[in-house]
Structures are given as C-alpha cells and as structure tokens.
Write a protein that binds this ligand. Structure first.
Ligand code: ADP
Ligand code: ZN
Length: 621
C-alpha cells in the first residue's frame, strides 16, 4: 500500500503525472474512490475504453460496473456521457459522485430550466466529468446539438438490456441509441448490463451496433448471497420469523405479486414491529418516490414491493430479498435476488413457494393475451423456475447453468446446507392420478384440496354431499400427510405430469405424460418436504456483522449512528457518506490519524477531507 498523501489535494483538479501526461486509471481509483485495486475485468475494460475502444460488459449486480465508465471518464479528456433510464435515481448518483469530488450533473425531465442551463453550461465549459442523460433526451435535437458543441470522453449506455424488445424493461428510446455511433464515430462506447442471458447479449450487440466492441462476460455467481427456497405455509408468519431470527434491523426487499398483497404484507410487518413501506404501480407517484427515497436514505427499512421496484437501486446494504410469490422466470428471480448484498457482505435470498403458486401461474399463462408462441415462451420460463424450486442439487449450480455457466456445489444454499432427501413417489403419483381419473370418469373435476381430501379418506361435508366416499380411491393415501400430498401435487405439476385447467378453479387434469406413470412405465422421483417448523442450518449462515468482535461492533454501531445523522443533514442516502464495508474496516482497524484513515478502502481524498477529522473524533470518544 503506498503511503497516503500528507496533504489532501483537491480531487477536482486532475493530478497530472510528473511528465504532464494524464493520471493512470489505477491512480484515479486510489485517489478518488479510495480503493486499492481493480476487481475482475475492471482494469481490462477500463484500458479498452481509455484507449478509445468500444466495450460490451455483462457483469452481475454488485460486480462494479459503474467504475468501468467512471474511471475512463476521469482519465480521458472531455465529459463522460451516461445514458440511463433511471431518472429517479440520477440525483442520488450525482450526489454520490459529488461526495467523491467528481463533477457530475444530469439532464432529465424532472429539473427546472435554470438547473438545466447550469448543467449545460458546465458541460460546454468542460467542467463536468460525468453527465447523466435520460434516453428520451436524445430525441430532442437541442440535446444532440448541445453534445455536438462540447467535448465527449465516452458514451456509457447503462442498463443496456433496455434495448431488448423481449425483456420486460424494454425502452423504445434505447433503439435509437445507435445515433450516437453515427454522429460520434470516434467516441468510445461502453454498454453495461446485469442481464445474463445469451439472447439479450446478442441483441444488445446488434441493436447498438457494437460491431467492433470487446465483450466482457463476468461470472454471474454471487457467492455472498445464500439462496433458500422453502415450502409456503403461512408466508407472512414465515417471513416475520425469518426477519426476527436472521435479519433484525436489516434493510431488505420483499417481493409480492399483487398490489393488495404488497399492502397487506407491509402492514403485517409493521404490526409485528418491523418498519416496512409499500411500493407498487397503483400508488400515487409522489408516495412511491417518497417511499423509495426513505428506503435509500434510512437504515434498516423493509420495502415490500411488486417487481415494479428495484432496477438500478444501488443501495449496497440490502441484506435480504424475500419472495412471497413465485417469480415468473429464472431471469426475474436472479435480477430481483441480485439486489441483495451489492457490498459483497453475506445476504439472504429467500423464496416461499407452494402449490397455489404453480396453479396460479399456470392459469395466468393459459389466460394471457398473445399468441401460442408467446404462451409457450412463458411456460418455458415457468418450467425453468419450477425446476430450480424442486431441484435436489445445489441451487447455485442450477442457477448458473441456466445462464450457461458452470459451478461447483456451493455450500451456501439450502440444498447444500441441508441436502433434501429424494424419495420414490411413483406409487403416490399413481394414487393421485387415479383419483383424478376416477373423478373424470364421473364427468367431474376438482382442485387439489378436494382430491387430497379423498385420498386421505376425510369425510368432509363436500365428500358426503358428492358421495365421494364410495370411490375406490377414497382413503388410499392415508399413509401420507396432507402437507406431503400437497407437495406431491405441486411436484407433479412442476414435472408436467399433471396440469391445472384455466377455468379459475385450479381443477386438476391429466397430461400427455400422465398415462406413462399410471402404466408404471415411468417412475417419479420427488423431493421430501421439509417439516414446516424446520429451521435452516443456522450454524453456517453468517450475518453481515457476525465477524465483528463485541468491541468492534460497538464502534461500528456508533459509526452508523454518526453516518445516519450526517446523511440526514446533507439530505443524501447513508451509503453516499460511507458504505458499511468501509465503516466495518474503520471499526476493526481503529485508525488514529488522517494518514491511517486514508488507507482504508472506500476513503478517497475528498471524503478524507470532508469527514476525516469528524470521524477521528467519533473514534476518540
Ligand atoms: P454494479 O453497478 O455492477 O451493480 P457497483 O458499481 O454499484 O456495481 O459496485 C458495487 C459495489 O462494489 C460498490 O459498493 C462499489 O463501490 C464497490 N466496488 C466496485 N469496484 C470496486 C473495487 N475495485 N474495489 C473495491 N470496491 C469496489
Ligand atoms: Zn449450493
């Protein structure tokens, strides 16, 4: 580690090398960002862009994409122009850069004329390092003229998957970003996304005309995220148990499918003493913006949301992402869970999943608008998601395989930590399918609940009324519990050996492959249902603060309180002041001088200048 500068120089003035050349990327990383080394492909990506080449970067959330364009923008002459669809987050991004002493601004529809003029002037004067632009700005001829009159270091196209017409984040304005290349053929372009599929990758390259770009595809593994998928019983109670046991006081996101369930879940958490806010498209836009802002600014809030929430949220200390409903695709699941643990500290991805999810999603597909091809695609997505839920092998291996990457059993997912038993469910499947056949012979069809009652031999009023106790299958499944039967139904649905009608009642029917099971030519392997009260293997789960000793933890909490107060005064999110990881390092190393403080990861010259003295006082107290 080089000795820190004895005096804090101003990050705003580019520090030229002795020979008058530009500062190197590594020097910028250390001086401005306070990080010691580049990670993964960062150095190579940055070198490519600094040298004037194009790059297409696929890197998971938390991989460190921002530095890949921020550093070249600081090294190359001119302003780095960043195209981003995340208008609501631009202010925070600019604040975070300003806190590092980087001169940044944005142009979007939320600002008034005076503010826009100020940013335009700074750009033309060459006093702006980074300029964030909403894609729709590029439709305005004025914007293109403005860009024409300034000096541009590079174009960064963030969230580049928004150009994909098949993805759910599609933005028509992204399609015309090829104009950048036509008008500025010599300005390097870097497109970045956390979307991992091969199809999206190819589509980005084609639509943005990145023909000569170097492609950088990182590993999509997120080793700090622990993946867990549990049986759904009483999801809200299960969630409260999880948060109380493993994430007290932590920030996290809970995803629900419907607006109503978002509202109810948020309320349920609040009633149980867990601070939570709702977020869905049905809320007034001001309420939504206010809730998002609180989630980003305050420590330890839980956001209960539909999938409308989350893209671009760069809060680094989201400690858990919980799904109370089954995501529609593995891509969606990966993106949503990926919002946990951007800071690399241990985090949890937890999904509660049950029979009703399968029934509901199959029905949604059957009744969805669009042609047969579209429905087939939705069904394929769901099947892949179900396979992930029902796997008896490592979740991470399966997840990475979906993106065409290989891995070893990870030791940090539920199936690795507590390997589930597989059992031969052929006989059970035959009993269940027979019951469906017997009812069908009477011209009757029922949902899982009633069919299971028949198998269990339960004399419910409905069974009596319909005379179903006379069926030959009545009571033939009494050896298996009700919960296990629901698991059998769910797994047969997942394996396509049983189907539900699109009639809205979830009635069961056979599929083309069911007869193979009934005839005994196909056997059925099932995952044993974990008992509902089973706790995950706690001994091997680490929490973000568990490695800190008692003393360090006390200091860490004191630093967090100082950070919360500072962030509040400045009106910025806490992580703009310092990340948890930086506070943890301070709490462990207990620096006593500015020079020592400056060697801590995440403390660049500007932050040292702004907060150094205050921090040392907090530590001395
Ligand atoms: P992405 O945009 O790919 O999701 P970010 O750019 O937000 O990721 O980076 C994720 C986290 O990692 C941030 O907290 C960032 O400050 C940190 N980070 C990125 N690169 C480095 C590095 N070379 N050294 C230390 N921390 C880094
Ligand atoms: Zn695993």
């Amino acid at each position: 580690m080089p000795p820190p500068p004895s005096t804090v120089d101003d990050a705003r003035t580019r520090a030229p090398l002795a020979d008058g050349g530009p500062e190197t990327p590594l020097a910028v990383l250390r001086r401005v960002f306070g990080y010691q080394d580049f990670r993964g492909d960062q150095a190579e990506i940055i070198d490519t862009v600094v040298a004037g080449g194009d790059a297409l970067v696929l890197m998971p959330t938390g991989g460190g994409k921002s530095l890949c364009y921020q550093v070249p923008a600081l090294v190359r002459p001119g302003t780095g122009v960043v195209v981003s669809p995340l208008i609501a987050l631009m202010q925070d991004q600019v604040d975070a850069l300003s806190a590092l002493g980087v001169r940044a601004g944005f142009l979007n529809s939320t600002q008034d004329l005076a503010e826009r003029r100020r940013v335009e002037r700074a750009f033309l004067d060459g006093t702006l390092d980074l300029l964030y632009l909403a894609p729709e700005r590029l439709r305005v001829p004025d914007t293109l003229d403005l860009l024409e009159r300034g000096a541009i270091a590079l174009f960064a196209i963030d969230e580049a998957h928004c150009v994909s017409q098949w993805g759910h984040d599609f933005r028509p304005d992204y399609l015309q970003l090829s104009v950048l290349h036509e008008r500025w053929p010599t300005v390097p372009r870097i497109a970045l996304t956390a979307t991992a599929t091969e199809a999206t990758h190819a589509e980005i390259a084609e639509r943005l005309q990145l023909t000569a770009a170097r492609h950088f595809v990182a590993s999509f593994d997120r080793p700090n995220i622990q993946y867990r998928i549990v049986g759904k019983d009483k999801p809200r109670a299960q969630l409260v148990d999880l948060l109380r046991a493993e994430h007290p006081g932590d920030a996290g996101i809970v995803y629900c499918l419907s607006r109503a369930s978002v509202e109810q879940t948020a309320q349920h958490l609040v009633e149980h003493g867990i601070p939570a806010l709702p977020y869905h498209a049905g809320l007034d836009s001001r309420v939504r913006a206010a809730n998002q802002s609180r989630f980003l600014r305050e420590d330890g809030l839980v956001m209960v949301a539909t999938i409308a929430f989350g893209m671009g949220i760069d809060k680094p200390d989201v400690r858990f992402v919980a799904h109370l409903d089954l995501p529609k695709s593995v891509e969606g699941y990966y993106q949503e869970t990926g919002r946990a643990g951007r800071d690399g500290l241990p985090s949890t991805a937890w999904l509660a999943y049950g029979l009703q999810d399968v029934v509901q999603q199959r029905r949604m597909i059957d009744t969805s608008e669009g042609d047969a091809t579209h429905r087939r695609r939705l069904a394929a997505h769901l099947d892949a998601m179900l396979a992930l839920c029902e796997t008896v092998t490592c979740r991470r291996v399966q997840l990475l395989a979906y993106f065409g990457q290989t891995g070893q059993p990870c030791g940090n997912c539920d199936t690795c930590l507590a390997p589930p038993e597989a059992w031969d469910g052929t006989l059970a499947a035959q009993k269940l399918l027979s019951a469906v056949v017997r009812l069908d012979q009477r011209g009757q069809r029922y949902g899982a609940g009633h069919v299971v009652d028949i198998l269990l031999g339960k004399a419910t009023p409905r069974v009596g009324q319909l005379g179903h106790e006379t069926l030959s299958v009545f009571g033939i499944g009494a050896d298996i519990s009700e919960g296990e039967w629901r698991g059998v139904v769910r797994q047969l649905l997942a394996q396509g050996l049983l189907a539900v009608d699109a009639d809205g009642y979830g009635t069961l029917r056979l599929t083309e492959t069911s007869p193979d099971v009934l005839r005994g030519t196909r056997s059925v392997l099932l995952r044993r249902e974990a008992p509902r009260t089973a706790r995950p293997a706690r001994q091997s789960t680490r929490t973000a603060t568990s490695e800190l000793g008692a003393d360090a933890l006390t200091v860490f909490e004191r630093l967090r309180a100082w950070r919360a107060a500072t962030a509040k005064t400045k009106g910025v999110p806490a992580y703009v002041v310092f990340h948890d990881a930086t506070l943890r390092e301070i709490a462990t190393r207990l620096p006593t001088t500015l020079a020592e403080l400056g060697t801590i990861s995440g403390v660049g010259v500007t932050k040292l200048d702004t907060y150094g003295a205050e921090l040392l006082e907090v530590l001395a107290a």
